[in-house]
Design a protein around this ligand. Sequence first.
Ligand code: UN1
Length: 491
Amino acid sequence: MDEHGLFIDGKWETPTGAKRFTTRNPATGEELGSFVSATTKDVERAVSSAAKAFKSWRETPAPKRGQILLRVAEVYKRRKDELGATVTKEMGKILPEGKGDVQEAIDFLEYMSAEGRRLLGETVPSELRNKYCMTLRQPKGVIAAITPWNFPTAIPNWKLAAALISGNTVVFKPASNTSLCGVKVVQAYEEGGLPPGVLNLVTGSGGVVGDALVTDPRVKAVSFTGGTDTGRQVYLKGAEHLKYVHLELGGKNPQIVLNDANLELALDGVLFGAFGSSGQRCTATSRLILQEGIYDKFLGMLLERLKTFKVGNPLDKGVDMGPVASADQEKKVLAYIEVGKKEGAKLRTGGEKLKGGAYDKGYYLAPTVFEAKHGMRITKEEIFGPVLSVMKVKDFEEAVEVANDVNYGLSSSIYTKDVNLSFQAMERLEAGITYINAPTIGAEVQLPFGGVKQTGNGGREAGTTAIEEFTEIKTVFVDFSNRLQKAQIDG
Ligand code: UN1
């Protein structure tokens, strides 16, 4: 098993007397690597290194920064199969999705590298003659990127590429159970030729490393993706230091299917949306809202398809779903299944840990479908696992009402052939993302990603908005009249 260090000031290092932890394959229990549990002292050094590198990195022309990002993308392309397999081994999503995770990183790096040739500001007219008014985008400084285990290459790169193209330097803390992916994410930047100190990696626990990053006054902004409770803590701590904090948190994403929908299409959609990555996407479909006219038929189709749905080792061909990512995940999901049963939801399939043979080595859960009533906890709280609550509604109005009546608002989806209702749904579903005739998962990087309500605090990753997260706007007035002109007062 390989031992990995921290990456500080362009060097991989193991601090003397460092404590270590390992990550394991959730499908087999196999140990994958050993990592340093960084201390607050290590974090301080990483932040110092990022602070020191900031001056020359911000002065590097953005198109040149972009060329480095493009080289990082090339490294990922060359190593896509290997990296995709690492994602699969370390967090358990099936191999095509593991590779998709890496592809999403590549897509975003390519997109951001070109953004280095724009970093758009505005030029607008002045109310006075011989005067220019414009805005520039400037980096914030040292950024802390704190990322989750569910997209261990894509989400770090959403943050790193956008922060770096904008001229910031970064200290990156990956989720501890996907530290190997974190190490590999950083190795590609090293290989791509990123100067020392511009990107630093500190592995370890959120309690120690995350906390030290959020409270260090030299860290100017924190970009965090993860659970709502932790996100709230990060926000509160950051607020004490008046820090900019960007949060991407939970979801309780609905797929609505109306009577007129193409049911086969909607079925493919919900299977992918609910059970892709074992339901461990922030965008995962956890509520299926069916109009009463197709309720029985569609539920029947869903249960029928799940009979042949294959749960197994995510590296194997033909497997539809792997394990959940960890013992903690397994415990939490099983607890929610008990909650669902207790509150009277009707368990239609699954609801248990899979046993026997290779299943005994991993955290395998059966894909689970409940018939539920809106308002039960399983229809309101994020479960983050392969558990789908199906609900019946009378009409479009009730579907929208039920869809909106949760504290989250990340993704949403509706299947219908009715153009008018599609547009009404776009307008009225309370979510950062709405899909028409497509599942709740599968956002593309050139568009903003984020949500409303307790899904976040208003920011958007990816898209052009990614740059907004990581830059300050400087407003500039240039007066070339050679005399004092007074805005609001002259003429
Ligand atoms: C997440 O789960 O936090 O839209 C990210 C999707 C992926 C990204 C999900 N492109 O499902």
